[in-house]
Design a protein around this ligand. Structure first.
Ligand SMILES: Cc1ncc(COP(=O)(O)OP(=O)(O)O)c(N)n1
Ligand SMILES: Cc1ncsc1CCOP(=O)(O)O
Ligand SMILES: [Mg+2]
Length: 223
């Protein structure tokens, strides 16, 4: 039987559509604004949404992403990813192990895994992951992370040594996303810098421009 290949993870800003910020906006409204700014990959992160509401939001957000030609990944929730026909999931240490996520999702969807460094990235590859989310890259108040802040130099070493595409996360915003891209990172995950902006769509456009600028600088450097 032919299995459709899983979609490649787009380069650039990786936007989180999170239920803990901007409660005056629904998750669908947040997703629409992120997508209006050109988001190509969106992770739906629902830590405070009751299950039935979460399923409805997942279905609606996946539909908006598909209409826009963007990928939609579910944070933590393999069950919701399957029910909503999302493009994949992102799992960390407190979630289902990546092997189990892959077993449930099969080969046609993406599995992203949180890693703190190169060893974690090697383990993620062995577990069947497609990319790693590495952080916290900078200080952040969006999540209390039980791991030290990496900083750009250590992050750059992980990017160089990781066998999987690396998405940096934690404190990434317009002020530093070009420098994250210049490390050679595949992507940069952004939560508060985009969602707290007055004009979310415009912020996403600016983040993408800045990422491209940083990535071009990196490719000029490496020839
Ligand atoms: C792209 C990306 N990288 C890392 C994380 C963090 O995942 P996790 O460690 O499971 O923490 P929560 O987001 O579930 O609180 C992520 N979500 N996305
Ligand atoms: C989910 C997560 N994992 C590591 S840092 C973080 C939150 C990042 O949020 P922000 O982009 O607002 O710093
Ligand atoms: Mg998680």
């Amino acid at each position: 039987m032919n299995v459709p290949p899983r979609p490649p993870l787009p380069h650039g800003p990786y936007l989180l559509c999170d239920d803990s910020l901007r409660p005056e906006l629904s998750l669908v409204e947040k997703a629409e604004r992120l997508l209006a700014g050109g988001a190509r990959v969106l992770q739906l992160r629902m830590k405070h949404t009751p299950p039935r509401e979460a399923l409805a939001a997942a279905r609606a957000v996946v539909a908006r992403c598909r209409q826009a030609g963007a990928l939609c990944l579910l944070n933590d929730r393999v069950d919701l990813a399957l029910l909503a026909d999302a493009h994949g999931v992102h799992v960390g240490d407190e979630d289902l192990p990546p092997e189990a996520a892959r077993e449930l999702l099969g080969p046609g969807r993406l599995v992203g895994v949180t890693a703190r460094g190169t060893q974690g990235a090697l383990a993620a590859l062995a577990a069947g992951a497609d990319y790693v989310g590495v952080g916290p890259l900078f200080g952040t108040t969006t999540k209390q992370v039980q791991a030290p802040v990496l900083g750009l130099e250590a992050f750059k070493r992980v990017v160089a040594q990781s066998p999987l595409p690396v998405v940096g996360i934690g404190g990434v915003g317009l002020a530093n996303i070009a420098r994250v891209a210049a490390t050679g990172a595949h992507g940069a995950a952004v939560v508060s810098d985009a969602l707290l902006a007055q004009d979310i769509a415009e912020r996403v456009r600016l983040l993408a421009e800045a990422f491209d600028r940083g990535a071009r600088g990196a490719s000029l450097e490496t020839g």
